[in-house]
Design a protein around this ligand. Structure first.
Ligand code: AMP
Length: 414
């Protein structure tokens, strides 16, 4: 039986364990002495806000490097909690609990962008928060994100701000149909968005979305969806993965392939844009830029994610340094690792739907020796819920893709 290393406490319990590493904190190694902040070295405790699979893979990378990890989220028995040293369950609005959490760690990061401003500000009083809250502020609101990027000259999907059905009617005249209406905040995996066709009534669509503030985007008939995942250190150095080619099913990422098969100048432009975005926003940590590549060869930014990204999961098995280790290195002020790709790779997500007829046949997927299984320890396999992923390596992106898809199909075979 596997030992569960996590110690769980409720946030209401003020007696959080004291870090055994306080000695080096006293030496001041996590705050600037002069100029550059000093590195946060293995043995220190890293704090993560949010406890899903991204936090879990961050914690695994951190523990591999000898760090301790504390996780704070409203959930118990979470994917990150399973592998962290300490799982703290509390509301993000419980600022006393957030302060107690931040006091015990040497740096705070997060695994999702919808962290409330006061939570991040409170944490920042006790430990550096990386990336800085200013990055979250921009990326947790679609309208702010697109306006910031457009103002800085980056290519984005054409958009308009919409606050009522009258504005929606005018925006549809300006942008044309089809279009996509999205809530300005709290959207992910296609949640909070509606596709509008010429026969739809703006009043009905506006009521259907049920929000106060939205963004209308032109519907892009794209050739492919691409992402570039990049890490940026405290010194401004950047490592990157991508472009990665992504295919979605029901708005949820289904398949990622790296390297994407692309004209080399488009690939270079995507990487240049991602690096410029990171520098512009002064990101310390990991950020993913999602693009649409239009049929006439233009790159448009769809959205940003200021953290490791689902499309970057294949870097765990396919690259010298994965996106999660880069996150650890970046937030700790360490040099970034090599982003070199070891072999073409493809990743397929495993959603809860795969459990429809019982436990998937893991042994059938693993019969292919180039396939790696990652499960997130979630107990309830709900439809659409990300339960894990498979990564396959191959001699070419096509071979890796065929292997990954065949391995996933084998999970369901009777
Ligand atoms: P999002 O949550 O905005 O990343 O949207 C999820 C998915 O919906 C994207 O990856 C696309 O496949 C699709 N989508 C979102 N916005 C658009 C758009 N403006 N045009 C075409 N497809 C879109």
């Amino acid at each position: 039986m596997q030992r569960r290393p996590t110690q769980s406490v409720m946030a209401g319990d003020a007696r959080l364990r004291c870090s055994p590493d306080n000695s080096w904190m006293v030496s001041g190694s996590c705050f600037p002495m002069a100029g550059m902040p000093a590195s946060i070295l293995p043995g220190a405790t890293l704090g993560v806000l949010g406890s899903g699979q991204l936090g879990r893979m961050f914690a695994l990378a951190a523990r591999q490097m000898g760090y301790r990890v504390h996780v704070f989220s409203p959930d118990e028995d979470s994917p990150t909690g399973h592998v962290a040293d300490l799982e703290i369950t509390g509301s993000y609005d419980d600022l006393d609990a957030v302060a107690r959490f931040a006091r015990e760690v040497q740096v705070v990061t997060f695994e999702f962008e919808n962290v409330p401003a006061l939570t991040a500000e409170t944490a920042a009083r006790f430990a550096p928060v990386r990336p800085d809250y200013s990055v979250l502020h921009v990326t947790q609101h679609r309208l702010r994100e697109k306006s910031t990027l457009a103002a800085a000259g980056f290519p984005v999907t054409p958009f308009r701000a919409v606050h009522n059905s009258t504005e929606l009617t005018s925006a549809l005249i300006e942008l044309g149909c089809p279009a996509v209406l999205k809530t300005a905040a709290w959207g992910y995996d296609g949640k909070g968005q509606v596709r509008i066709t010429p026969n739809d009534s703006p009043e009905t669509v506006w009521r259907q979305l049920g929000t106060q503030e939205a963004i209308l985007e032109s519907f892009i008939d794209f050739d492919q969806e691409l992402s570039v995942v990049a890490a940026r250190g405290i010194d401004g150095s950047i490592a990157h993965y991508g472009p990665i080619s992504n295919r979605h099913a029901n708005h949820i990422l289904d398949l990622s392939v790296y390297p994407a098969e692309l004209n080399s100048s488009i690939a270079k432009d995507a990487v240049d844009i991602a690096q410029a975005v990171m520098t512009q926003l002064d990101v310390v940590g990991v950020l993913c830029v999602e693009f649409f590549l239009t049929r006439d060869g233009r790159l448009l930014i769809n959205e940003l994610a200021p953290r490791p990204h689902n499309s970057g999961h294949l870097t765990i098995d396919a690259c010298v340094t994965c996106q999660f280790e880069q996150q650890v290195r970046a937030i700790c002020g360490l040099p970034l690792g090599s982003d070199r790709l070891l072999a073409p790779a493809a990743m397929v997500n495993l959603l809860g739907d795969l459990w429809k007829h019982g436990e998937p046949r893991w042994e059938a997927a693993l019969a292919s020796r180039e396939v790696k299984l990652h499960l997130y320890g979630k107990r309830k396999p709900l439809p659409g819920r990300k339960m894990g992923h498979l990564t396959a390596l191959g001699a070419s992106p096509q071979e890796a893709t065929e292997r990954a898809l065949a391995a996933r199909a084998a999970l369901m075979q009777q």
